[in-house]
Design a binder for this molecule. Structure first.
Ligand SMILES: NC(=O)c1ccc[n+]([C@@H]2O[C@H](COP(=O)([O-])OP(=O)(O)OC[C@H]3O[C@@H](n4cnc5c(N)ncnc54)[C@H](O)[C@@H]3O)[C@@H](O)[C@H]2O)c1
Length: 270
């Protein structure tokens, strides 16, 4: 990218970098390249993999463990981040998704309801908790930008996405609803980016992912968007170049969402 210092002077919090394949990992690298300072966070259990510290060293940032479903952890994360970074926050990336039902191969018509609640709490309600805590602590600057990652299964049926589809619908709804309240009171903007299927730990956990990613590639006029390109889009959403974009679900999918059928896919049936 030839753009320079798009996030200079901005402070952020980046959730969800697990390993170098994670979308959040690429966002951290690009935010660092664009001059931002930020803290990195993930669930305490994800710390055991030990890879996040390498990213923190590279980005000169600190790691603060937080389970995104715990209000107490979020309060601690936000307080510590403001202390370390020396002021209020300008951008937050919510890059969190997990469904025990998907992980354990439970189909949508045979859900375990305890797990279903866990799916909703981790993948959707965590955004509400994060926003509510941040707003009560008045932790985000005016024109600050919060981005959460989502998937088109919130609008269309993808059978093996199971209860994650419901979680993504709720995530997008929270984005609109909280975007209103936070916008009116503090001029904070909140959006979701709906990303192409991407080969990451969470992505590959969905059954039939390899076939599906190839299908999406052939259906999208521009092909699937990579994790790096998703990161670049996140950077523009954190920057002041997109100040009046809020409460939106923004498709970053090479045109997949508006394509009925492509010639490449049709050719297989001719
Ligand atoms: N990979 C895809 O195909 C794809 C497509 C569209 C949207 N997304 C979304 O992108 C986001 C990031 O996923 P990814 O593909 O980079 O995979 P990933 O597995 O690298 O990231 C998911 C992250 O969620 C974290 N997490 C899980 N439970 C948590 C908790 N309780 N508290 C805090 N963090 C927790 C994990 O530790 C992990 O870092 C998710 O919201 C995912 O649904 C992914």
């Amino acid at each position: 990218m030839s753009v320079k210092n798009l996030l200079e002077g901005k402070r952020g919090i980046i959730f969800g970098a697990l390993n170098e394949h994670s979308i959040a990992w690429k966002v951290a690298e690009q935010a660092h390249a664009q001059g931002a300072r930020f803290t990195l966070t993930n669930a305490p259990i994800a710390m055991r993999m030990g890879e996040l510290q390498n990213l923190a060293d590279f980005c000169k940032s600190e790691v603060i463990p937080a389970d995104a479903t715990s209000v107490e952890d979020l309060e601690n994360l936000i307080a510590k981040s403001m202390e370390i970074l020396g002021g209020k926050i300008d951008f937050v990336l919510h890059s969190i998704g997990m469904s025990p039902n998907v992980r354990k191969g439970k189909s949508y018509d045979d859900l375990n309801y305890d797990w279903f609640q866990k799916t909703m709490d981790v993948s959707a309600v965590s955004l509400h908790k994060l926003l509510q805590v941040a707003k009560k602590m008045d932790a985000i600057n005016e024109w600050g930008s919060v981005v959460a990652l989502t998937y088109i299964a919130a609008q269309r049926v993808f059978p093996d996405y199971s209860d994650m589809a419901d979680a993504k619908s709720l995530l997008e709804s929270i984005t609109r609803s909280f975007g209103y309240h936070y916008g009116v009171e503090k001029k904070v903007r909140i959006n979701t980016i709906s990303q192409s299927p991407t080969p990451t730990t969470a992505g590959s956990g969905v059954s039939g992912f390899n076939a599906f990613i190839s299908y999406a590639e052939d259906m999208s006029p521009l092909g699937n968007a990579s994790a790096l390109d998703c990161a670049n889009y996140c950077i523009t959403m954190f920057s002041d170049l997109t100040k009046y974009v809020t409460m939106q679900n923004l498709f970053h999918d090479g045109g997949f969402s508006n394509t009925g059928v492509s010639r490449k896919v049709m050719d297989r049936f001719m």
